[in-house]
Write a new protein. Structure first.
Lengths: 345, 256
């Protein structure tokens, strides 16, 4: 069929254009940034950006692709972080990558359990059940001192980041470490969403009954989405605790963090991998821009309280604007911009 | 009709939410290679019968309370929908239900997922669907949410065909479509039935079209199967003509 083979050739070409972009990004991130970056850039911007991107990527698998709303993301981050802490404390002979994978698996198991209500509940009701997970995990981490090795108020400190004798302790090392983990998991997530499993995620999201009718195992698909998403979010929690903050407490993984991740996904674009990165970029950079801008305009009157308020107002306005004008988020805006540029050529 | 029918429904009763009685006694058989039409007015229970046949009622808080459904030796009530799909019983829901965010081609590909087809098999099946519905070829990259209703119905049917069904169950394929499109879809279905011996069970309010293509028809009324016969017989009956075809004066039959 001549008619069918022509458009096929086009699809083979399009990923290669994407591949060039991704290769350029990787060259920038691995080759140029480590040469020119300052430790402020790594510690205040890039490392939190990477950790939040990964968390948003994980939530996007669940909410954006499989259509299951979750308000418990930061609980899974906490589970990942505390699991990795305990594994490295109690099984110190495990290499760090193994510890991280196991911590992800702990979060995935919890995600599987948290996903059970999704077999019966949808939409808001499901969101409420994931809210229960959020509070339950917070309670467990505070209640059982053993989990935080009996430290007061559950504060834990990250073990040294050493893989096969190579130390990633300084700011640049932690950035490269996060970058590698994020790049690897993003690649795996890309493989997932382009696989038949990824398509059955979208089928369940778009129309559950129709998915069932064509033979998609709906229950299994939902649970799988919860488990895989929680794995990624759990690893993001490890990055957050080990590479970014170095010292965390359960209160740092509260409902606000869950909402932050959800907002990243909404602003960035539901159901796209790029969206997680675009949204996280905005969320990380916005407060910095606001504080610079505020200090320039208001001078000393712009204290941290005012900053936080402005941040909330700006973020809220952005979310409302996106939900009305561009429900597909920054990713769609970027697509449109690229298309305009192409046309201008 | 063969000795053992492909699908047999006996004394089927069903309820929604434990209270609403949707079906009170439905019997029907579908032999291999037949086209059977399920006709009846709004609320007669056509959709419920078809959902029961695909074992979809539990997902909608409904349940079969009595009777049984046997598809090719399988007890439908004990077989999950995805296993039924792999056994060749594939449904097309009322109102088309395409995956709006996926392209036409991706929608079709999802139809091959349930069966666990490999890439080569999916490619071959895709080509086959595009030859069955040539109209879809030029829309293959379009998002399914943005194509016309008739094309969406073709996508929904094509997606079901990707599962290589032996029994295709269709709920109101004519709903909301122009008569010309309805004729096109029905003649395609009839051709699949003739050339590939695809067995069809379809619910239709458009009785004229249904009886023109069906071999046999079953009439449902208030959740009960009240009449069964060949399409030719039913077309000839005065009461059926009066109630469902709108021809002639209504004779004295207990009307709802």
């Amino acid at each position: 069929m001549a008619a069918t083979s022509a458009p096929l050739a086009k699809t083979v070409l399009r990923p290669s254009a994407n591949a060039v972009g991704i290769a350029l990004l990787l060259v920038l991130a691995y080759g140029i940034v480590p040469l020119v970056g300052t430790s402020y850039l790594y510690e205040a911007i890039l490392t939190p950006f990477l950790a939040l991107s990964l968390a948003a990527l994980g939530l996007n698998l669940l909410t954006g692709y499989a259509g299951q709303l979750s308000l418990g993301s930061s609980a899974f981050m906490a589970l990942g972080a505390y699991a990795a802490f305990n594994l490295s404390l109690r099984l110190p002979f495990l290499p760090l990558p193994v510890t991280i994978v196991l911590a992800g698996l702990v979060a995935a198991t919890a995600g599987l359990a948290a996903g059970l209500p999704a077999l019966r509940l949808r939409g808001f009701y499901l969101a409420v059940s994931t809210l229960a997970v959020q509070f339950f995990v917070g309670w467990v981490l505070n209640r059982f001192a053993w989990i935080s090795n009996d430290s007061p108020s559950g504060v834990i400190s990250a073990p040294p980041l050493v893989i096969a004798g190579l130390s990633f302790e300084d700011a640049r090392g932690r950035y490269l470490f996060s970058l590698t983990v994020v790049a690897l998991l993003t690649f795996l997530a890309w493989r997932l969403v382009t696989s038949p499993t990824g398509r059955s995620f979208v089928a369940v999201r778009d129309n559950e009954t129709a998915a069932r009718v064509i033979g998609v195992k709906v229950a299994r698909t939902k649970l799988l989405a919860f488990a895989l998403s929680s794995f990624v979010v759990g690893v993001a929690g490890v990055l957050w605790a080990f590479a970014y903050l170095r010292t965390v407490e359960p209160a740092g993984f509260n409902l606000d963090r869950s909402f932050q991740i959800l907002f990243i996904v909404i602003i960035g674009g539901l159901g796209t991998l790029r969206g997680a990165f675009l949204g996280a970029g905005l969320i990380v950079v916005l407060p910095l821009l606001l504080s610079r801008f505020g200090a320039a305009v208001l001078g000393d009157g712009f204290d941290s309280g005012t900053l936080e308020m402005c941040q909330r107002i700006a973020l809220g306005t952005l979310i409302v604007a996106f939900l009305i004008r561009e429900p597909a988020g920054l990713a769609a805006l970027l697509d449109r911009a690229v298309r305009c540029l192409r046309r201008a050529d | 009709m063969t000795a053992t029918p492909l699908l047999r429904v006996e004394g089927l009763e069903a309820r929604y939410g434990g209270a609403v009685r949707a079906l009170v006694g439905v019997d029907l058989t579908v032999g291999a290679g037949e086209i059977v039409a399920l006709v009846g007015s709004n609320g007669a229970g056509k959709t419920t019968v078809l959902k029961a046949v695909s074992n979809l009622l539990p997902a909608e808080r409904g349940q079969v309370t009595a009777g049984r459904i046997v598809y090719d030796g399988l007890d439908v009530a004990r077989t999950p929908t995805d296993a039924l799909v792999r056994a060749g019983l594939v449904g097309v829901l009322e109102g088309r239900h395409c995956f709006r965010a996926l392209s036409v081609e991706e929608n079709l590909v999802t139809g091959g997922l349930g069966r666990g087809s490999g890439r080569a098999a999916i490619r071959a099946d895709l080509d086959r669907i595009f030859s069955v519905f040539p109209r879809l070829v030029e829309k293959r990259r379009a998002l399914a949410g943005l194509i016309s209703g008739g094309e969406q119905q073709m996508v929904a049917i094509g997606r079901a065909l990707m599962g290589r069904p032996r029994l295709l169950v269709l709920d109101e394929p004519s709903m909301g479509l122009a008569p010309k499109i309805v004729a096109e879809i029905f003649s395609t279905l009839a051709r699949l039935n003739r050339d590939e011996r695809l067995t069809l069970l379809l619910a239709e309010q458009n009785v004229t079209v249904a009886l023109r293509h069906a071999d046999r028809a079953v009439v449902l009324e208030n959740g009960r199967s009240v009449l069964e016969g060949t399409a030719a017989e039913l077309r000839a009956r005065d009461d059926v003509r009066a109630f469902y075809l709108g021809l002639g004066a209504a004779p004295a039959l207990t009307a709802a």
